[in-house]
Write a protein that binds this ligand. Structure first.
Ligand code: ATR
Length: 273
């Protein structure tokens, strides 16, 4: 049976085995998908051992995505742009191909919620790995403007400079931001600590779409805050998790699984519905 894994630390609570097992059932693919908790300094060896022992592919999550980038034989263009790898496939000719499906997953989830990206004004909060992975796929949707704001402004400036060949991307400080924006994407890890990015509530209006890449059994701090200030359309990162997985599954198996039912089952599993 073809074997797949997700590497991470910690990875115990990963939903990837649940998601990929449902994808495999749905598409009648015979495969098994497991978890690999790897110590931080043992990831490279664990990855090598997995593929030496016949593994077909893996996902890579926090904190190994940047390291995976350096360990594969070849990179997809989108992984190269993202500077990180979340999906590895062993090709038929024995090459370890590193890909990144996170940004594609975000865009697919936004579209499935009916969010229009073309000609929209997008505000991206954060300038870490998650923001970097999202930039090229977002710019490919031809927004009229994409503004990056980050607590450490220089990081936003660096990111904007790196991606400005792909579209109208600029960096602004939180204080400089001027609306209206059509969509705000929170790629910061602030919600993990129950914190908020320092965004003025004046930017929130009823027709704005709010996306938090984080998710939980209840609203993230950012989503609660945006709702309090009148945002009607709020989305968390659970859909992105399922969509990036569907994209990885497609890379490995050449067949695209449906995501709607799997997302519903995942929500039930998490106790969200
Ligand atoms: P990831 O790979 O998830 O993007 P990261 O690379 O550590 O993680 O980046 C985390 C991002 O969240 C950064 O942009 C960070 O801002 P700094 O660059 O100033 O550190 C941002 N972040 C984390 N906590 C935050 C908070 N409480 N308020 C605002 N931004 C925060």
């Amino acid at each position: 049976m073809d074997r797949y894994l997700v590497f991470g630390h910690p990875v115990r609570h990963s939903k990837s085995p649940f998601i990929h097992t449902l994808f495999a059932r749905q598409t009648q693919q015979e495969l098994e998908y497991g978890l690999a908790e790897s110590a931080v300094d043992e990831f490279a060896q664990a990855l090598r051992t997995f593929f030496d022992q016949g593994g077909k592919g893996c996902n890579v999550t926090v904190p190994f995505k940047e390291q995976a980038f350096t360990l594969v034989d070849r990179l997809s263009p989108r992984a190269k742009r993202a500077g990180a790898v979340n999906t590895i496939k062993l090709t038929d000719d024995g090459v370890l191909l590193g890909d990144n499906t996170d940004g594609a997953g975000l865009v697919a989830d936004l579209k499935s919620h009916g969010v229009t990206l073309a000609d929209s004004r997008i505000l991206l909060l954060g300038a870490g790995g998650a923001a970097r992975g999202a930039l090229a796929p977002l710019l490919a949707e031809l927004p009229s403007e994409l503004v990056i704001a980050n607590r450490t402004h220089t990081k936003a400036q660096q990111l904007a400079a790196e991606f400005c060949d792909l579209g109208p991307v600029t960096a602004q400080t939180y204080e400089q931001l001027a609306g209206p924006f059509d969509l705000v994407i929170n790629s910061t890890s602030a919600s993990l600590q129950g914190e908020l990015p320092p965004l003025t509530p004046a930017l929130i209006h009823t027709d704005i779409a709010i996306y938090d890449m984080m998710y939980g059994a209840s609203d993230t701090a950012f989503i609660s805050w945006a709702k309090q200030h009148g945002a009607r359309q709020t989305m968390d990162g659970l859909g992105m998790l399922v969509e990036q997985a569907a994209e990885a599954f497609t890379v490995w198996r050449g067949i695209r699984p449906g995501t709607k039912q799997v997302l519903r089952e995942l929500k039930r599993n998490l106790g969200v519905i």
